[in-house]
Unconditional design. Structure first.
Ligand SMILES: [Zn+2]
Length: 63
C-alpha cells in the first residue's frame, strides 16, 4: 500500500448514454489506470486512462 501515490483523481463522474451520471473509480491493483462503475440502468463502464481520454475529447471540441 503506497498512500503517498494515492491521487485525488482515483474517482470521477461520467455521463451514461441513458442520461444518468455514473460514479466510477479506479479498480486498483494492476489496473491503476482503469476506472470502473455501474449505472443504475445496468450498463457497466470500464475506462482506461480516463484523464487522457478526456483530454482527447477536449482537444477535438476545440479543434
Ligand atoms: Zn445508464
Amino acid at each position: 500500500m503506497d498512500k503517498a501515490k494515492n491521487k485525488s483523481e482515483d474517482r470521477a463522474v461520467i455521463m451514461c448514454i441513458c442520461g444518468r451520471t455514473v460514479a466510477v473509480e479506479v479498480i486498483g491493483g494492476q489496473y491503476q489506470d482503469t476506472y470502473y462503475g455501474e449505472c443504475e440502468c445496468g450498463r457497466k463502464w470500464s475506462l482506461e486512462e480516463l484523464t487522457a481520454a478526456l483530454e482527447e475529447l477536449s482537444q477535438e471540441s476545440t479543434a
